[in-house]
Design a protein around this ligand. Structure first.
Ligand SMILES: Cc1ncc(COP(=O)(O)O)c(C=O)c1O
Length: 379
């Protein structure tokens, strides 16, 4: 048997979690193949219903990707040319691309260092008469602080659209992500915690009317809404994706238990100051751990140290979006220093449903040893 100390550990394992449902997927694939119903059939309808029920919202609409979900939800929220949307610079570029594709302006405000999410205390300063919406992102699966965000939106008559591409399974004070804001958008990209085997996305709608309109738009139907003409197009989820996602949805609680256990192993070994600090655990907040991150000033050396032990790690949003070429179309409100520092310091560790706990233990210990040596070098 190979020595577990020497094994290579990849950040993602997309195949092993498929194995328990492989036979069912293959049988269902044959059924769909022979049915001739390839787009928007029963699988999509059932997936939409099951996911809306789990979030306790009026409806969910399957679309072609998480990016399209954002575009459609923002359009429904009245984001139009010349309007502004307040969001975070510490996110994947799809978040701001969707705003820019609507000829609106992303306005970036800084994040909080303990959870890397948009800092609600900085949002109000960014509001102008052009602001139409706030777009928080539950980054790496940790919930943004939604209560103050929703209060600010209410006070200023703004819409809240939530990018929960990375956060299926996350709870904020006991409420499922997907149940907050006017609409929330999800991605089924294969590395996500609830994955397809290709592109796909979903929009959770609190209002049935939003869902109805999005269903029309995703199928090439032009719509007049408040004297504005919306152009329909093709943004449909296909049956094979929906079928695979439904099988993974059924297994999701089991997979989440394994991710939680890995996160607990890391939490027990890595000092609190170097990792996510989850607020409101006692009020039912839960993190889905799309990524588990550590931060340290010598991040690149930590990455090399882990690589020398065969451990694959990730660097995200370095530099953050205010250094992206698309910044031409954005506006920054105040300093974005926390996002800047996070970009330099954050490293993500392997966490997925197929990661052996012994490997998590080994990785956690290596990180902890590295951090202690760093401290000693500074003293
Ligand atoms: C935060 C965030 N928003 C949006 C998206 C876009 O999703 P998709 O790749 O399905 O278009 C992603 C995907 O990685 C994401 O991480």
């Amino acid at each position: 048997m190979s020595d577990p100390q020497k094994q290579l550990v990849q950040r993602y394992d997309l195949v092993t979690p498929m194995l328990p449902v492989k036979d069912q997927i293959l049988a269902d694939f044959e059924r769909i193949l022979m049915s001739g119903q390839y787009i928007l059939g029963d699988e999509v309808r059932l997936l939409e219903r099951e996911m809306a029920e789990q979030c306790g919202v009026a409806a969910a609409v399957g679309v072609a990707s998480g990016s399209e979900a954002l575009y459609l939800a923002l359009a429904m929220a009245g984001v139009r040319p010349g309007t502004e949307v307040i969001t975070t610079p510490y996110t994947f570029e799809a978040t701001i691309e969707a705003i820019i594709m609507l000829y609106a302006r992303p306005v970036l405000v800084d994040i909080r260092p303990h959870d890397l999410n948009i800092d609600p205390s900085r949002i109000e300063a960014a509001i102008t008469p052009r602001t139409r919406a706030i777009l928080p992102v539950h980054i790496f699966g940790a919930p943004a602080d939604m209560d103050p965000i929703q209060e600010i939106a209410k006070r200023n008559d703004l819409q809240v659209i939530v990018d929960m591409a990375q956060a299926w399974g996350t709870l904020y004070k006991g409420r499922p992500c997907g149940s907050m804001g006017r609409m929330s958008t999800l991605s089924f990209y294969p590395t996500k915690n609830l994955p397809g085997i290709g592109d796909g996305g979903l929009i959770f709608c609190r209002e049935a009317e939003d869902a109805e309109r999005i269903r029309q738009l995703r199928g090439h139907k032009a719509l007049w809404i408040n004297k504005n003409l919306y152009c329909g197009w093709n943004s449909r989820l296909d049956e094979v994706q929906a079928m695979v996602i439904r099988h993974r949805l059924a297994r999701f609680p089991e997979e989440q238990r394994d991710r939680d256990r890995v996160a607990k192993i890391y939490d027990d070994l890595i000092p609190k100051a170097n990792r996510l600090a989850v607020e409101d655990l006692d009020r039912g907040t839960q993190v889905t751990y799309h990524q588990y991150w550590v931060r340290c000033k010598a991040r690149d050396r930590l990455q090399h140290r882990l690589a020398s032990e065969g451990i694959d790690t990730g660097i995200y949003y370095d530099p953050p979006l205010h250094h992206h070429p698309l910044m031409e179309y954005c506006r920054c409100e105040g300093s974005l220093n926390q996002a800047e520092v996070a970009g330099r310091e954050v490293l993500t560790l392997p966490i997925h449903a197929a990661l052996p706990f012994a490997q998590a233990e080994r990785i956690g210990k290596l990180v902890a040893e590295f951090l202690v040596r760093q401290e000693e070098a500074v003293d």
